[in-house]
Design a protein. Structure first.
Length: 385
């Protein structure tokens, strides 16, 4: 029966994805919306709550983290100017702090956890905007480069937030001395392997003669090796991210684009739809329907707390219209914030009420921001330099 359910899930994700792409929403969100529907009425609870399904959906989360690590470009981060560093710091921290206050006041989480969750939905999903920037031919303008540059620097906050989230899981559990020792050993191993593979960049050039299938097999070896080590100490998420960093720094540049294509196919074509469906099905739409005002607050406050700082830091360098477009564009979210929220929820660090509000607000941002951004670009394109 599970095979038929999976086939149906993939078919609906495919068909729904084709539809929502027409309104500039990433097709993968059709799996999230399908999960929302199943959260209201689930005819197959035994299957969607089975260990097999959870395992496959978890692999989707780990592959997404692997891709996040794989896409981190330290060289590009070093190239960014002071304006982009200051802008990123000011914009992300402003939304993170506003989110912290909101979460602490409405859900009574402690300050540290509130700040962590606030940072998680302050991250930028600039990948959603790239097709729009390309369509309007403004990638090489000041606005386009600012969005991309802040998106690149935002990777630092993504890693920082993930590390904090994993640390919170460790702190929240009462570990015996032996478990703490295993955790330390696991951390040393995954960081050590990441550094060691980066030193072997020259050795990695030998893979230039390998075919893509063989190279992909080696990549999967690294991925599951890191996951296996991380699993012993419940640092699977960090291990998956570092596996992506390790592969990026080991495999020769000539082969990276081919491997990235293969990894994306496996991730988004096989496992990510299951993860997004899993996220949707664990969201409480009943709570949201009874607390729609809270959802509206969690949409408006983060949006305003990103729009105003973007306008303040970009007004002189970009101009008023471009600064507003910058703030609107940077409000879009994608997979990183969802992965972090799901990780915190699965480890029982945030309640289902907060989790549901944040996932629903992320869906709203992903639906509304690309449409608004494209509409304003069309009206103001002649002013953009």
């Amino acid at each position: 029966m599970i095979y038929l359910i999976l086939s149906l899930l993939y078919l609906i994700t495919f068909l729904g994805g084709r539809l929502i792409e027409k309104i500039r929403v990433p097709w993968i969100f059709s799996a999230l919306f399908l999960g929302f529907i199943f959260s209201l009425y689930n005819p197959f609870p035994a299957i969607t709550s089975s260990d097999t399904f959870r395992f496959l959906a978890s692999l989707g989360m780990y592959f997404l983290l692997f891709i996040i690590g794989f896409e981190i470009n330290v060289k590009e981060i070093k190239k960014e100017t002071g304006f982009l560093f200051v802008s990123t710091l000011f914009i992300i921290l402003s939304e993170g702090l506003c989110g912290m206050l909101l979460i602490h006041l409405l859900f009574q989480l402690n300050w540290f956890l509130s700040f962590l969750v606030g940072l998680s939905f302050a991250t930028v999903g600039e990948a959603v905007l790239l097709p729009i920037l390309d369509e309007f031919k403004i990638i090489n303008t000041k606005l386009g480069q600012s969005i991309i540059g802040i998106g690149v620097l935002d990777d630092i906050f993504e890693i920082f937030t993930l590390v904090l989230a994993i640390s919170m899981v460790g702190i929240s559990a009462a570990h015996p001395t032996s478990t703490i020792l295993i955790t330390l050993i696991s951390l040393i191993l995954v960081f050590g392997l990441t550094y060691f593979l980066s030193l072997l960049k020259k050795e990695g050039k030998k893979f230039k003669v390998c075919n893509i299938e063989t190279l992909f097999l080696f990549t999967m070896f690294i991925f599951f090796l890191f996951l296996g080590i991380g699993n012993y100490a419940d640092i699977d998420a960090l291990a998956a991210l570092l596996a992506g960093v390790a592969v990026k720094n080991f495999i020769p540049d000539e082969r990276l684009k081919f491997i990235e294509s293969e990894i994306r196919s496996v991730c988004y074509g096989l496992f990510a739809p299951l993860f997004f469906f899993w996220v949707g099905i664990t969201t409480s739409l009943t709570y949201l329907s009874q607390n729609s005002l809270i959802l509206l607050i969690f949409f408006l406050v983060p949006f305003i707390s990103k729009l105003i700082p973007s306008y303040l830091v970009g007004r002189k360098k970009l101009g008023s219209r471009e600064s507003l477009l910058l703030g609107i564009g940077l409000s879009v979210r994608f997979s990183t914030s969802i992965v972090i929220l799901k990780f915190l929820f699965e480890h029982q660090l945030i309640p289902v009420s907060l989790y549901s509000v944040l996932i629903a607000s992320t869906a709203l941002f992903t639906l509304l921001i690309p449409l608004s951004f494209a509409w304003l670009l069309q009206r103001w394109k002649r002013y953009i330099k």
